[in-house]
Ligand binder design. Structure first.
Ligand code: MN
Length: 195
């Protein structure tokens, strides 16, 4: 585990991203992805995960938001992986059901050092404002693959797409916070001896 501030810069022809992450922070966010709705979701994620997260992304949003959303997920995943492994002295498993008005989303995750995404039962409008809602799955796939977290997200119920997506980001935040909870009785939380 690495508890200091970790930094990563990633530049391609599609996006220029710089990010700072502290996994045991206090929920302080400084987020500028160039996409208002995505900023709002990442601020909610930071607040409820109790990470500290700084993101600057300048992307080709004149094309659409796909590259920016996916690449922010890649960099966040890479920083999480660097911070997490080898895993030691934490709960490892976390889950959370988060409700927001009529919407409910369930997240279960395992800091397993194995990447996997299950993203099921989501039923949303195609857009929230300018934001294509199919990008939410792209974001979480990029995070899961690059962080080597096993991540399950399921919509339980909901009608309002903004509520559903916000509950999704918050459920991931709370599940991650719970998985990162320190437990002095746990050494390496695996019978394999290393994660
Ligand atoms: Mn909101």
């Amino acid at each position: 585990m690495r508890e200091e501030i970790l930094e990563l810069t990633r530049n391609t022809k599609e996006t220029q991203i710089s990010m700072k992450l502290k996994i045991y922070g206090s929920g302080v966010a400084k987020i500028d992805t160039g996409i208002g709705f995505f900023n709002h979701m990442l601020e909610a994620f930071t607040k409820h995960s109790l990470l500290d997260l700084e993101i600057s992304c300048k992307g080709d949003t004149h094309v659409d938001f796909h590259h920016s959303v996916e690449d922010v997920g890649i960099v966040l995943g890479q920083l999480l992986k660097e911070a997490l492994y080898p895993l030691s002295g934490v709960e490892r498993f976390g889950e959370a059901s988060v409700v927001m008005d009529e919407a409910a989303v369930f997240c279960a995750l395992d800091l397993s050092n194995r990447a996997y995404l299950v993203y099921e039962n989501f039923n949303q409008n195609a857009k929230v404002g300018e934001f294509d809602t199919e990008l939410v799955e792209e974001f979480f796939r990029a995070v899961a693959i690059n962080s080597a977290i096993t991540l399950h997200l399921n919509q339980i119920r909901g009608k309002n797409t903004h509520h559903i997506i916000e509950a999704t980001f918050k459920s991931f935040a709370v599940a991650l916070r719970r998985a990162l909870a320190k437990n002095a009785r746990i050494g390496t939380p695996s019978t394999k001896g290393v994660l």
